[in-house]
Design a binder for this molecule. Structure first.
Ligand SMILES: O=C(CO)COP(=O)(O)O
Length: 127
């Protein structure tokens, strides 16, 4: 299962903390992490294997949207910083829209991400 990990600068440490808290989930063999560039760096630094795309502001969000549109990426965890301005806001909105177009689960904060991870774990357990 391919899962995209993206965090704005003010949320990157929350993302690393989140992955670490749920490492038993994220370190499973069938979980493949992909990320925008800088988020990917941080996540790698915390010991996770991740395929890195471009940094968000230079096209990384668009690349992840491409994975979602091609139905390769099955979940997006995108911890957005609502208190900062982002020059690439159109790309961010495009990614959110593509998730909705393809009915791909999207969490924009840790509380939602926790529920998604727990939901997937439960479904895997039942099947
Ligand atoms: O800007 C981002 C998402 O919109 C994240 O990009 P980085 O992970 O490269 O910082």
């Amino acid at each position: 299962m391919e899962i995209a990990i993206i965090a704005h600068d003010g949320k990157k440490s929350e993302m690393v903390n989140f992955l670490t808290e749920y490492k038993n989930f994220f370190l499973q063999d069938h979980i493949k992490l992909i990320a925008t560039g800088t988020t990917g760096n941080k996540v790698e630094g915390a010991g996770f294997k991740v395929k890195r795309y471009l940094s968000g502001p230079i096209g990384g969000d668009a690349q992840i949207a491409g994975r979602v549109a091609e139905e390769k990426c099955k979940m997006v965890l995108f911890f957005r910083d609502p208190l900062e301005k982002h020059p690439h806001e159109p790309d961010v909105l495009m990614l959110l829209r593509i998730c909705d177009v393809h009915n791909v689960p999207l969490a924009s904060n840790p509380a939602s991400a926790k529920l998604l991870i727990k939901g997937v774990s439960k479904l895997n357990h039942e099947n």
